[in-house]
Design a protein around this ligand. Sequence first.
Ligand SMILES: Cc1cc2nc3c(=O)[nH]c(=O)nc-3n(C[C@H](O)[C@H](O)[C@H](O)COP(=O)(O)OP(=O)(O)OC[C@H]3O[C@@H](n4cnc5c(N)ncnc54)[C@H](O)[C@@H]3O)c2cc1C
Length: 476
Amino acid sequence: MMKKVLIIGSGIGGSGFGALLINTRNYEIELFEKNSLIGGRFSTYEKEGWKLDVGCHLIANCENGPIGWILNEIGRANDVKWSYARNPTPKFFYIDKFLLFPRELIRLNISSKDLKNLLSLMKDLNSFSETELQKLEEEQVDMRTFLSNYTKNMKVLSLFSFFAGLYFVIPDFLTPASEWIRCQRDILNFKTSGYPIGGTISIPKAFCKFIEDNGGKVHTNTEVKEIVIENGKAIGIRTDQGIIKGDLIISNVGVKTTVQTLIAKELVDTEYFKKINSYEYSLATIQTKIALDRKITDEKMIMFVGQEISQDNWDKKAFEEKNFMKLLQDVDFHPILFIPIVSNLDPSLVPEGKQLIIAGGGCPTPSQGFNNEDHKKMWEGAIIRSLEKIFPSIRNHILWTETTSPEDINNFVNKDGTVIGIGQTTEQVGINRPSHEIPGIKNAFCCGADTGRTGIGGELAANSAIELYKKILKNN
Ligand SMILES: Cc1cc2nc3c(=O)[nH]c(=O)nc-3n(C[C@H](O)[C@H](O)[C@H](O)COP(=O)(O)OP(=O)(O)OC[C@H]3O[C@@H](n4cnc5c(N)ncnc54)[C@H](O)[C@@H]3O)c2cc1C
């Protein structure tokens, strides 16, 4: 008799896991998504003929990463076409001009000895053995401390901290050196960072299509209200239509949300509940999507650093004091932005001859005080003033803008609107990451970025799906 698996959420973790499991032909899959669009943080919507992603814009390793692995495993590698973020190579725009990384670091007054050290570190990332990386992880060595062995130049260290923000959305002093090394070396080795043609939704769409092509069901606009548990065993889910029974329940909605809202509190182990509540989320970003009447740049990706950052100002203040709002009073532009020019990666996203620039940077979450349209306007204004430093005439070409705030992300996919969910900090990786299992409750599992062991954003969620898939196959 085929086992029935109910999946809550169609993010990369939920839809990827469903596709993998249905491919075994031993399971029936039914997936429930609360939104009208599938994909969660990888969703894409349309506005006046333009395709806009909800959150994500860059996949770290495309076909060579875990998303590619899933597509390959289910025999659908050709269902997603990739466009790579190279040629031209991604660049820093540092204060007032472009800076090639790491070659032009010399402009930041780094000594030639330190520069040599850093260049050889970047070349030697492959030489770290898994044992060495695990030791760094166990000793909770952070990226800043690790890189300080190569240079003490604050400006250079601050520039490296951009990658902690970009990959893990936490400051470098909380980023595990081991996780940075693992992810950075894959990116350098594969050189296949890129974008899925048609928008990021193309990936969960391919997974959901595979589920449906194989007899599974994908329900949109269907919010799950509860995981139904009897005698310590998950036996189904409850939606507005009633209870649906299943043999395995997989929650892709985030570990905290699962435990705090989908399971009756008295059924959750008290120590586990406390532990889950103590996990810290990553930071959030605000993203302004700028529609332009014509192409103003051939760049595909720009990393903007608008002021001399030092380790002790922007990121530290933002994270430790949790006081992002105040930061915009110090400068009238957003000092750190990631700027993918997505229509140069995929021209089919926009009407012919037009350009779509997206600029995203750190910003408070709703629970840190970001919660109204005025805040949104203030942050959008700061982002556009930053873009003017790179493209002085940009305002003359703006057709419209649309800003997605952490509040919007929270309304769409919860987790306080943060980018990752549970942050990959030195204290929250490896054996300290939440597990798929929910102690004391059989047949219910969590799957998604929160339970991913390694990887960047969507690839972290995909890794969680692969690991859970392997576990379920082994145990059933
Ligand atoms: C602004 C932003 C930018 C990002 N940029 C990148 C990037 O460039 N590269 C990258 O790799 N990653 C990026 N990420 C991170 C990446 O998108 C996430 O790590 C990843 O997509 C998370 O996938 P997930 O499977 O954990 O679930 P999610 O994407 O969080 O999906 C969870 C799903 O569950 C659904 N759901 C929730 N509650 C219920 C319920 N009760 N019933 C039914 N359904 C429910 C939600 O609607 C959602 O569809 C970004 C994220 C954001 C927010």
